[in-house]
Design a binder for this molecule. Structure first.
Ligand code: GDP
Ligand code: CA
Length: 319
């Protein structure tokens, strides 16, 4: 079986770990990773979501934090701060720095991001084929208004520095309109037996991937059933501030509203948490098969059960 998953960072990576636990030997998982979160810092190209997937599946992740490396130290960050060189709000550890140095060096030598990601994965052996959504530069920006007026800030500045404390007025995936899907992306979608939307951010993770011209149409037109899992439980994101970016695109933070935002042209099936069982009717009325099951990735077994249920729902909508 060929499984394709669109993934952001923490939510996507944790789900993928559960998915790996339940697939049969010989099944292939291709992950199309969000690169809209990418940022250039200290002259280095940083790809937070690709790295979160790579470290999580490769055994290098800081488990409690969900991003960054385990056993991390911050000597470089401290030395940069001693020079007065920022930004200081983005936590890059020493081990993590090495990844960005290797990536930036390879990009400078002319390799596309997809080839660089493959090379980095050679070390981490994530057990999936990890493809960036595009080799072209896409960077999500957020329009905000605060004391200094209205301006667009990089998504990382909005999320990490400002903690999404001001309202997001618009989400702009800068560069997406002229970006091309990375080699293998459209082919993987077309050849898939199942396509999954993990409980990743619908706007700035999966939304950014779908904003690359050709990807949304490929998913909508794919022969494979498409099943998603709600990142919203009981009217709030399980972690993070997804409600702020949902509001920016006019979508309520609820399990049913997110399903309807994707719509029946993309989704065949949708899983909501048991706490949102009353959302099942509205989702099914929109033409999307829906089930209410536990959706908290509290431990590997619970996460694996979610993945198994998603694959079962895909089988049912296929029939
Ligand atoms: P990011 O790039 O690190 O923000 O990660 P993703 O976009 O992949 O996922 C973020 C989303 O995962 C957030 O909107 C969370 O609500 C959601 N999430 C995190 N943990 C869980 C969980 O245990 N269950 C569910 N259903 N969603 C989760
Ligand atoms: Ca992200």
């Amino acid at each position: 079986m060929r499984i394709v998953a669109l993934a952001g960072g923490i939510g996507g990576a944790r789900f993928l770990r559960g998915l790996k636990d339940v697939v049969a030997p010989g099944d292939e998982i291709t992950v199309i990773g969000n690169t809209g979160d990418d940022i250039h810092l200290f002259g280095l190209k940083v790809c937070p979501d690709l790295d979160t997937v790579m470290y999580t599946l490769g055994g290098g992740i800081h488990e409690e934090q969900g991003w960054g490396r385990a056993d991390e130290t911050f000597a470089v960050k401290e030395e940069l701060a001693a020079y007065g060189v920022g930004p200081s709000w983005f936590g890059l550890g020493d081990r993590d720095f090495a990844t960005h140095i290797v990536r930036t060096q390879m990009l400078g030598a002319g390799y596309p991001l997809s080839a660089v990601t493959e090379a980095l994965c050679h070390r981490w052996q994530p057990g999936v084929r990890l493809l960036p959504m595009s080799d072209d530069r896409v960077e999500t920006h957020v329009r905000i208004t605060d004391g200094t007026g209205t301006r667009a800030v990089h998504f990382q500045e909005y999320w990490v520095k400002l903690h999404a404390a001001v309202d997001a007025e618009a989400i702009i995936p800068v560069g997406a309109d002229t970006a091309k899907p990375a080699p293998g992306v459209l082919e993987a979608i077309a050849a898939a037996d199942v396509i999954l939307f993990p409980p990743s951010n619908p706007v700035v993770s999966i939304g950014s991937i779908l904003a690359v011209p050709g990807i949304r149409a490929a998913v909508a037109g794919a022969a494979a059933p498409v099943v998603g899992l709600s990142p919203i439980i009981g009217g709030a994101p399980v972690r993070g501030m997804a409600d702020k970016v949902l509001a920016a695109v006019g979508v309520e933070a609820s399990a049913s509203a997110v399903a309807l935002h994707y719509g029946a042209e993309l989704l065949d099936g949708w899983l909501v948490d048991e706490a949102d069982a009353d959302a099942v009717g509205a989702v099914e009325a929109a033409g999307i098969r829906c089930r209410a099951v536990p959706l908290l990735m509290s431990d590997p077994a619970a996460t694996a059960a979610m993945a198994r249920t998603a694959l079962e729902l895909a089988e049912r909508v296929r029939a």
